[in-house]
Design a binder for this molecule. Structure first.
Ligand SMILES: *Cc1c(COP(=O)(O)O)cnc(C)c1O
Length: 355
């Protein structure tokens, strides 16, 4: 796909909603900025993207998204530094992953500049919506779904690519207690677990509700075949620290290739922390909890960056993690957010200025 866009058409909102927003008390992904990017796939190709006022979309009841679930998405954040410069974090990784997800769902892939130039145009016009309070950011949600019609169970002939943004406060999940899942699976070999497909989330909600009823906040997914190996923490990748080694599972059909995960691996290594990317048995974690070598567990993803786990349940027993003064989790989170918000040098070239 070699389509190149020169200028993106912009239809400005007549009024702004920004004065109604309390930027000191932002929740996560709750209010939306004035504009969105919209781009249609029809007649066999992606049409030129446009920036339009944030608005509802109308779909035919037979749109395939409702029946066959062809939908993929991304999650990213924009930050504004003390000099009013706007930054993204590894945005090309999100673009590439969106197309990897699309391909698996038989959704047509997007040209790179539709994504990147579209995103830049949107951030330029809604620049004032990027919050500057500590820990806050403009959460960005690019997504693609089947808008084409018909009950025939086959890929749609029309799609929509949209990017919406939501000014968001720090994502404080607090410390979570998790349940290691032994019955349900998030993903399977040959399945869509590596894709950011909407349906992956739908399938997680019910087992997560059951865990919440038992007093946990989140599920630790294990492999679908044996339920013996730790795979992900809810919709985040998982890291386990045993003694001074940080362990996370290898990506696969079943484990999503998180950008936070791979950044943590690189950063931790560069800070001299021992990192092992390998399969990790539940029994090894339980054993480490019993003998005191289990120091930390945390989830890793764009929204929270790092989400500490305070304990876990497994086979009707509960295990607590120690409360450490200095954790790898806190240290790595600060290093990553400082890079993201241009408070420190970026030896990895991860930061991307929007201009
Ligand atoms: C989005 C997601 C992650 C985290 O990916 P990031 O790129 O770090 O935001 C991890 N696991 C699953 C299942 C996800 O959907």
């Amino acid at each position: 796909m070699s389509a190149i866009i020169k200028d993106i058409e912009i239809i400005k909102a007549k009024t702004t909603k920004i004065n109604d927003v309390d930027f000191d008390n932002l929740k996560f992904g709750h209010v939306f900025s004035d504009h969105m990017l919209e781009c249609d796939f029809k007649d066999g190709e992606w049409q030129a993207p446009k920036v339009v006022p944030y608005q509802a979309i109308t779909l035919d009841p037979s749109s395939k998204i409702f029946h066959y679930g062809q939908s993929v998405f991304e999650g990213m954040k924009a930050y504004k530094d003390a000099h009013d410069k706007v930054w993204l974090f590894r945005p090309l990784e999100n673009f590439k992953r969106l197309n990897i997800s699309s391909k698996r769902l038989a959704i047509p892939e997007l040209p790179e500049d539709y994504f990147m130039e579209g995103l830049k145009a949107l951030l330029e016009i809604d620049k004032d919506w990027i919050p500057t309070n500590d820990g806050s950011s403009l959460y960005i949600r690019p997504f693609v779904f089947a808008s084409g019609n018909g009950f025939h169970a086959s890929p749609a002939d029309e799609y929509k690519f949209i990017i919406c943004t939501a000014p968001s406060g720090a994502y404080f999940a607090g410390e979570v207690r998790v349940l290691i899942e032994e019955k349900y699976s998030r993903s399977a070999n040959g399945g869509v677990g590596f894709a950011k497909a909407g349906g992956n989330y739908a399938g997680q909600f019910y087992p997560t509700q059951l865990a919440i009823e038992k007093g946990y906040q989140q599920v630790i997914w294990t492999d679908d075949n044996t339920h013996e190996y730790i795979e992900e923490a809810g919709a985040m990748n998982i890291f386990v620290r045993i003694n001074d080694t940080l362990i996370t599972g290898p990506t696969s059909d079943r484990i999503l290739d998180g950008i936070t995960r791979k950044s943590i691996i690189e950063l931790a290594k560069s800070e001299g922390i021992n990192v092992e990317v390998r399969k990790l048995k539940v029994s090894e974690v339980v054993e480490a909890a019993k003998n005191g070598s289990l120091k930390e567990m945390f989830g890793a993803g764009t929204a929270a960056v790092i989400s500490p786990i305070s304990g876990f349940g497994y086979q009707d027993k509960d295990y607590d993690l120690p409360k450490l003064e200095d954790t790898y989790g806190q240290f790595l989170k600060k290093r990553i957010t400082d890079i993201q918000t241009n408070k420190t040098t970026d030896p990895f070239g991860w930061r991307f200025e929007v201009k």
